[in-house]
Design a protein around this ligand. Sequence first.
Ligand SMILES: Nc1nc2c(ncn2[C@@H]2O[C@H](COP(=O)(O)OP(=O)(O)OP(=O)(O)O)[C@@H](O)[C@H]2O)c(=O)[nH]1
Ligand SMILES: [Mg+2]
Length: 342
Amino acid sequence: MPHPTITSPLIALRRELTVAEYAEGVLTGDRVTLGRAITLVESTLPAHEAMAQELLLQLLPHTGKALRLGITGIPGAGKSTFIEALGGRLTAAGHKVAVLAIDPSSTISGGSILGDKTRMQELSANPNAFIRPSPSSGTLGGVTRKTRETLFVCEAFGFDVVIIETVGTGQSETVVDDMVDCFLLLMVAGAGDELQGIKRGVLELADIVAVNKADGDNVQRAELACRQYATGLHFMRPKVQSWTPQAVVCSARTGRGLDELWTLVEAHRRALTHAGDFTTHRQQQLVRWMWSMINERLLAAMRAHPAVKERILPLELAVTEGKVTASQAAAALLEAFGVDTM
Ligand SMILES: Nc1nc2c(ncn2[C@@H]2O[C@H](COP(=O)(O)OP(=O)(O)OP(=O)(O)O)[C@@H](O)[C@H]2O)c(=O)[nH]1
Ligand SMILES: [Mg+2]
């Protein structure tokens, strides 16, 4: 029900919106409502979560149209500078770009180091761009769930490119890969792979490797590193049959290679679409997402169950002391939860 006695815009702004009002605001491109809808989606209050699910259901028919690009790289690789430069080019070419961040450290520190608008000053002031820092609380699973739902809100709003940024520390790359169409690994030359904290597993996720900072006296090193990555990628098992991962050089500072890189992102989409892999990939992501939520919630429900709760500590102790086997303890806890393990 609309509020009957609104007199000032300030009160109007603060009043709780209905789900229909959220949906209408998002679908008609109202940025204030977009921000509020994302805040609703990020909320952990049960009443908000229920509203958010209703909102997402209404938005669902309007989602799916954006190109979803994941970007990772070690701190200092140039992610923010790169997104600022690429985002500027994309908006100039008529795209609407949303940038979302997943910061695994925010789940511990409560702070948000990514999505900082300082290195993305122009983009954050750009009317065709939108930058949203990482949700600053919750488990990594919770944070990534919120980011995925925020992605849908952004698509319904009309962003046709959604970039999801995460810092390359080995914790969140897989979850980002699992919500994007194309995964870009931003590297810098001159550091060994170990120094870059990039594990082989992360390289395996990459659809495109871009060696950044190919400018000034760093050009040759960047090109050499690029050739090495190209060779490395060549020997890896591809993620999909329809695409062979590529390595390129670029400079977020000078803009070198950025247009070529975007051409490659589009070529990736075309190749996957042509082979029928694009839609299959998204469908598989949704099913995996469903199961990961079941895992998360089932486990939380189990841990909170009174009969389980009182047995957790004693059974953990018994396992560490070797009085029962891990299997027996697991069976006992599952049975306390009502799961027949026989
Ligand atoms: N020469 C050169 N410097 C760059 C380039 N891109 C970024 N830098 C510089 O590298 C430093 C780190 O850049 P950021 O964009 O903050 O890197 P980041 O990956 O976002 O770092 P975190 O947010 O800490 O994870 C800054 O001093 C940038 O000016 C580039 O293409 N060439
Ligand atoms: Mg940054």
